[in-house]
Every structure is written in structure tokens, then in C-alpha cells.
Design a binder for this molecule. Sequence first.
Ligand code: GDG
Length: 739
Amino acid sequence: MKKRWIIVSNRLPLAKDPRSGELGPSSGGLVAAITGIRSEIETLWIGAIPPEISKEEWTSSQQNSESFEKYVPIFIKKKTYEKYYNGIANQVFWPLFHYESGLVRFRWADWAAYKRVNEMFAEKILEVANPTDLVWVHDFHLFLVADYIKRKAPHLKVGFFLHIPFPSSEIFRQLPVRNELLQALLESDLIGFHDYSYLRHFCASLQSVLGLESSLLKVETPKKTVQLGVFPVSIDTKKIQTASRSVAIRKQASAYRRKQHNDYTILGVDRLDYSKGIDLKLQAVAELLRQHPELRGKASLIQICVPTRTRVPEYEDLKMNIERQVGEINGEFSEPNYVPIQYIYGSVDFQTLVALYKMARALLITSKRDGMNLVALEYIAAQNPKRPGNVLLSEFTGAVSTLSGVLPINPWDTVQTAETLAATLKSGRHAQAGAHRTMLQFLENYTATDWANSFLGSLSTIKVYRRKLQQRVEIQTRNGKVDLPDSLKASLDRKRLLVLLDYDGTLVPIHQRPSEAVLSSNTRKVLNSVLGGTKVEIVVVSGRRRNFLTEQLKDLGVSLAAEHGAMYLKKGGSHWENLVHSDKQSWYPLARKIMLDYTLRVPASFVEEKEFALSWHFRQSPTEFADYQAKKLHEELELGLANLPVAILGGKKVIEARAIEANKGTFTRWYMDGVASKAENQLVVAIGDDQTDEDMFNSVPPGSVTVKVGKGPTGAQYCLASQSELVGFLKTLSECPSS
Ligand code: GDG
């Protein structure tokens, strides 16, 4: 089956021309980015049909145009669409993600519609997708789609790309549906952003809202691994260059320049949106004319404002305010042959747009927040490389990170913006050529097609692996009695059992103070009876020191592995065998020094010194500060102890430096190869509750039984709901029929 790309966005890229009533291409960043992709791979585009277009109009235009065949329309009732699109997408996500939380209007009825529409999108995707297709979901309208898809097709690859900023977690946390949103989004296999800062904010939100740690490259959820990445969008560079070099556009640009009488034209192209900072742009231009009277009568701004979201009240107010501001500035500075602000409310055709890019001396972008900003990229591509114009670009855009040769501005500092503008207008165009060349080369090498290839290339290499949640069988307890699943009963049948058993969180509950985690008299009694027969043998494999384990367990007739298997004591023996052969002295003193340093900085943290490991604990410390210091410590230890026989590990509120051999997996393999009986009727049962036990689960011989205690991601086959069920479980195991 051939692999196809399935692009999914809120709308298909169509709009009704208000004059002719015909269906034609719509404009906007997302549409520009996607239509800029040139690929040999068969691509479908799924999206809603805008409510102003009827089903009949769609069907008849489909008959007229071949290009419509690759579009898969979704028809949504006007009322539902209104709530989903204007109610949630435009009045909740858009303002919140652009740091305008004062404009957020969250209504639960709208949220219900948002969910329903996302579900409808998923249904349509499931209807058309083949199992080998790559599904690429776009933007904040469709945050929940991956979840609905994965419920029915867990192995279909789904990527999500966000075209707008991901805000600081302090802003994101205000969202009433923050948990639901993040959890649904994490059903995607790959999540992409324009800019590294957005990725960082996203990871901070995962941590503060869901308590999930992530490495910036990926995040492990209880269900799966989700890859994360930065994929800045780009443009169809060639299309703009070709247009810009065409005779028609060159003529049009020259005509505009002649009309302006000079080379002092500043250009602005924005959707009429509060995030674009058009008010700040107008203030900066007024400031320019105020501070530089020599530019009056010369410098002017052509501002195109493309109408958008006209049904949302804030946008109507914005339009009125911008028009009032334009009127005031023109009133103050106009002369008989000179209008400083030429304001166009509407969109212009592609040819006119490129001619304006080509003609303008400078492009001014003053976005307060902008996911990327494609206008900046398009302007650069349209310039004559020998005489390019300058781009003044807001620091609050994603594009500023990739365009090294622009003039970055803080749009809120209108005085400084005016000064940068004045200096630009007075400098020669050739002065800019070097910086422009570098940016143009970048845009020639990294186009919208490369953007799509890099995102979908990453998505296609991901192995969709879901933790075996469905296959993981929960061992039920009814009325205090453990009910073993049939599959487990079958494995146990007439076998002798070798149980590899973790201590903290498994044999005893977790305690705030480690010294309090001692065996209860009931557990002791049950262990005695379990070990009384010949059926069960136990090896306790723990991270604890040997003295503690000896004190707690020696008289019970179990073998012991201390410090994650660094040392071993045979049942009934008195000599601990040392299994670490690497040079501890090469790293231990240095690690100790570094860790002690952190105990001074972080209140209530302390170092636990073991024979082959050092642990820095911060369970009682102020959470955020200690989490940050823990990350630093982890990094410092990794750098400082690189190439030494030591492993650095982060656990639950602990950072550990351990001899490389001190690992439950290494111990398990050593034990199974050299110590354990090779009897055929022996079954290994490994039981544990945390990450270190996963190493044990991965190292037991094929056919063994693995059991996770409690919730969380695991590779184990079975799970027990909580630690309190462990003793009953052991008892039941020992009572199974034996040979
Ligand atoms: C969102 C994010 C992100 C504009 N006026 C006309 C016209 N346009 C075209 C431009 C450009 C596009 O619309 C605008 O793209 P932006 O990127 O500047 O902004 P948004 O629409 O807000 O897009 C943004 C983008 O998604 C992509 O990820 O960069 O941050 O907000 O392509 O050329 N096109 C025509 N006439 C116009 O009058 N023909």
C-alpha cells in the first residue's frame, strides 16, 4: 500500500469571492504554508467547508475543477461550527496563546461543540486513511483529534503542528480544560512547534499541569513515547522569486515606486488581528514623523489589513480603533500631495502583494506575539538581491529566530522602532545586501516543502509503540482474596517459583522517612509461611544498603541483593559477595563533593552514602527550586564524571550516582547465568514498583512472569493495583498446585 500524506486543518483553503461569489483560494499563514508544499507523495487535505459555502456550491465547483479532488470536505452545522470556531478556537485558544488572557471567553457549551467537531474530524480521517498513511493535524482548532483517532486506530501515525505560539505555562495554566487538552494532545506521535521557546513552554506546562517530565526531545506518558520537535515553517521561495522577477510584476513595482515619488515606502501586511500590533506600528510611524520632520512629505506606510474573524466583537472594536488612529495620524501629517498612512482594508491579489514587497524600502512587523510570520519570509524572497530592502521584525515572532539578517525590534518601544526606521530609510539599499544574501540562501535551502519533509520524515521513522496497557492484566482482589488470571495460573501450573522481589514500594509501603520502612509482623508471618514449603524461593533485590537488608530480612531465609545488585548474600550465608569490579575511587569522592555542595544550596536535601552509590534526596525540599537544582546537579554530575564507571540516574525526588554494575538488570542476568537453578520446572517471577525494576523485568529469561506494583508505565505483563495487595498475591502464588 502506498504511503500517503493526510493533511488536516480547520478549513479547506477556499473562500467565496465577495464580488463574484465564486469559490477561490483563501489567504492566511496556514494556507500559505501548506499550499507551498511541493511533493510527489499523494496528499489528501481534509478540512471543513466554511459555513458561507453550501453543500450544493461545493459539489458544483467540484465538478468544475480537478484540483478539488484531493480535498476531503467536512460539513458541519452552522451553529456547532460557530461554537467550535468562534467560541473556543477564536475566543479562548487564540487570545490565551497570544498572551491576551483578558480577552478569553470560555463557555462549557462551546467546549462541548469543540469536542464534537474534533471527533467529527477524527471520524472523517478514519474513514479515508489507510494504515500506512501519515496523518498531519494542524493547529489549535484540532487539539483533540489525535485522541479520537487513537481510540480506534492506535497504530495510525498522527503528528500535530502548532502554528501559533505555545505560551508560558503561567498563562497556559489558566485554561479550564488544561488537563484534558494536554492529555489528548499527547496521543499524537509527534508534536511540532515553530520555535524552541514554544517547545520549552510546552514542556513546562506538561510538568506543572500533568507532572510529566520531558527531555525537550520526547516525553514518556503512561501510554507511550511522544516525540517533540522544532520545525519552523517556511514558504514556496521559488514561487515568490519567479513572480518577483516576472516582467509584469517588475513593471507594477516600478509604477508604484514612481507614484510614491521616492524610495521611502514602508510596508505592513497583516491580518487585522490584535496580536499583530498594528496599533504599535501606527504609533511608531507617527513618532518617526514627529522626531524626523525631514521625513515628512516623504516617508509613508502602506498598510494592508486583511479582514479576519469579523464575527468576533473584539475584532470589530479593533477595526474601529485602527481606523481612528489612521485618521488621526493622517490628519496631523498629511499635505496636499502626501498621505502618510495608506490604509487598505481588504486583501490584494498575489501579483499586487509581490509587487508591493518588491517596491517597499522596508517591511515593518510589530506583532505583539506571532507564531512565525510568513510575511517577513516572503518579503525577503521578493527582494532584488543587489538592492534589497530591510525587515524590521518584532522580537515576539517565531521568525526572528531563523532570520539572522533582520533588524529586531521591541514593538512596545515605539521610540526605538522609529529611530531604527529613520536609520533604515536614510541608508542605501546596497548596505543590506550581505545580510540579505544569507537569509535568502536559507530560504532557498529550506522551503515549505523541506518543512513538510522534515516533519513528516520524522513522523514516518517513529515506531508507534504503545505500552502494553491493554495486554497488561490487572490482578484482581475480591473480598481480600486474590483472583489470579487464567493466563497466570497456566504459567504457574506445577512449577517451582523463583521470586525476584523489590523491597520499598513492593514488600513494604513507601514511607516519608526511609528508616520507617520496616516489615510489618503480618508480612513477616506470610513470608515465613510462603517460604516454609519447597515451592517458593525469594531473592530480595533492592536499592538499600546491605546492613539494612540484613537487619530486616536475614532470618527469613531469603537471598539478598543490596544497592541494586552491587552486592549479594546467599540465603543462610554470612559473606556478602561484591559484584562491582570497576574502580569506585575514580568517581566516588568527586561525586560526593558535588552532591554535598548541593545540600548547602537546597534546604532539607541530604546525601545518602552507600558503598557503591551516592544519592542526593530532596523529597522534603521546596518543590520548584529543588527540581531546578536537581536538573543542574544531574547535568553537573554527567559532565564531571563522563567516561568514568558510574551511571547518573534521576528517580522519584532523588539523583543517584551508582557504580556502573549496580543495576538490577545486570544483577538479574548474573544471577540467572551463574547462581539460579537451571531446573526446567522453575518459573521466574519478578515483582517491583519503580523504574529500576523495569531493568529487572527486561532481564529475566523468556517465559518469566513480570508484575508491576501500582500505576505507571511498565513493560511488565501483570499489575497489582497497590502495594497492599502484594502479601495476598505472594500467598496465592505459593498455594498454586505444585509438583
Ligand atoms: C498563522 C500564524 C504563522 C496576507 N495578506 C494577503 C495575503 N496574505 C498572506 C501572506 C502570508 C499569509 O497571508 C499571512 O501569514 P502570517 O504567517 O504572516 O500570519 P497568520 O495568518 O496569522 O498565520 C503565523 C502562520 O500561521 C504559519 O504557520 O506564521 O504566526 O499566526 O502568506 O502572504 N495574501 C494575499 N493577499 C493579501 O492581501 N494574496
